[in-house]
Design a protein around this ligand. Structure first.
Ligand code: C2E
Ligand code: MG
Ligand code: MG
Ligand code: MG
Length: 296
């Protein structure tokens, strides 16, 4: 009857394709197209300085990749990085993010040439022995000092069972790149890795930061992580700051930097300037609130 009209072969194909396009697994062809057509966008999430008496200034940002997919919509990294990794496209993606972020940082340096940019690296990238030289030449071409660039790695991406990874990390550090251990506290053998890797910074994972306001245990863990980092001579940055209470708590615990939705969501390219104006006002009101709190 009319309810169940048979589809001709073209109809079947179209139905099939549209389903695959919006919900099916991401194909290598789509990734190729994204890389070539510029569908990968980079957002930048500022990191603010908690230690400065000057009042919560922005010190840099972290580059976070997005895929503006014509059929599937805006995709976050968790949705597509596994397919990129499986398809063998991770090095191309990382180079794309790295060079985009360098271009962005170069424009920020007209405002303040001490601002830093952090880039996330995956495990595959750490197996690429040519990567340190390649990153160095990208940075030199863009005329950005290497110590303004921080490479974020995770415990699971970092050493694993790969003998080359430590080599790559050491080369990067010797060149002057910053090296940050991301999501600290969520992997295994944290302390051994911490001891072996030539790090400059440790990032406190958002799963602890999220509970700083309400949970005594979370505060104890974050305090211990910050103390450990300080004793090892590492800087600390907390991710996932969503409330003024968490920010205050981190300041009290001596955390160096903070990032999170309370400060801002990741920003589109070219919008740092506008954010800085907004942030200066917000930071000012936060300082006023803090100084009104009676002591003791
Ligand atoms: P990550 O490096 O730990 O980045 C932090 C994630 O937390 C980001 O998610 C960020 O948008 C989100 N976030 C920021 N502030 C808050 C907050 O206040 N609350 C909460 N709940 N979340 C917050 P995103 O952008 O979806 O990235 C997820 C992960 O994907 C990153 O975790 C990173 O491991 C990876 N990633 C992102 N960009 C790249 C890239 O260019 N290359 C590689 N290899 N990995 C990337
Ligand atoms: Mg990161
Ligand atoms: Mg992180
Ligand atoms: Mg994390």
């Amino acid at each position: 009857g009319t309810l169940c009209k048979p589809l001709n072969s073209e109809g079947v194909t179209r139905l099939f394709e549209s389903t695959v396009r919006t919900a099916g697994p991401i194909t290598p062809r789509e990734i190729e197209r994204a890389l070539e057509a510029g569908e990968l966008r980079v957002r930048y999430q500022p990191k603010i300085d908690l230690s400065a008496a000057a009042g919560l200034p922005v010190r840099g940002a972290e580059a976070l990749v997005r895929w503006s997919h014509p059929e599937r919509g805006l995709l976050t990294p968790e949705r597509f990085l596994p397919a990129v990794e499986r398809g063998g496209y991770m090095d191309r993606l990382t180079d794309h993010v790295f060079t985009s972020a360098l271009g962005e940082l170069k424009s920020w340096h007209r405002l303040d040439d001490t601002l830093t940019m952090a880039i996330n690296l995956s495990a595959t990238t750490l197996r690429d022995l040519d990567m340190p030289d390649r990153f160095e030449s990208f940075a030199r071409e863009a005329n950005v000092p290497l110590d303004r660039i921080i490479l974020e790695i995770t415990e699971t991406s970092a050493l694993g069972d790969d003998p080359h990874a430590l080599d790559v990390l050491t080369r990067l550090r010797l060149k002057g790149f910053g090296l940050s251990l991301d999501d600290f506290g969520t992997g295994y053998s944290s302390l051994v890795e911490l001891y072996r890797m030539p790090l400059s910074e440790l990032k406190v994972d958002k799963s602890f930061v999220a509970h700083l306001d309400s949970d005594r245990e979370a505060r104890i863990i974050v305090r211990s992580i910050i103390d450990l980092a300080q004793n090892l001579g590492l800087k600390t940055c907390a991710e996932g700051v969503e409330t003024p209470g968490a920010l205050d708590c981190l300041r009290e615990l001596g955390c160096d930097q903070a990032q999170g939705f309370f400060i801002t969501v990741p920003l589109a390219s070219g919008t740092l300037d506008a954010f800085l104006t907004r942030w200066r006002e917000k930071a000012m009101s936060l300082r006023l609130v803090a100084s009104n709190v009676p002591e003791g």
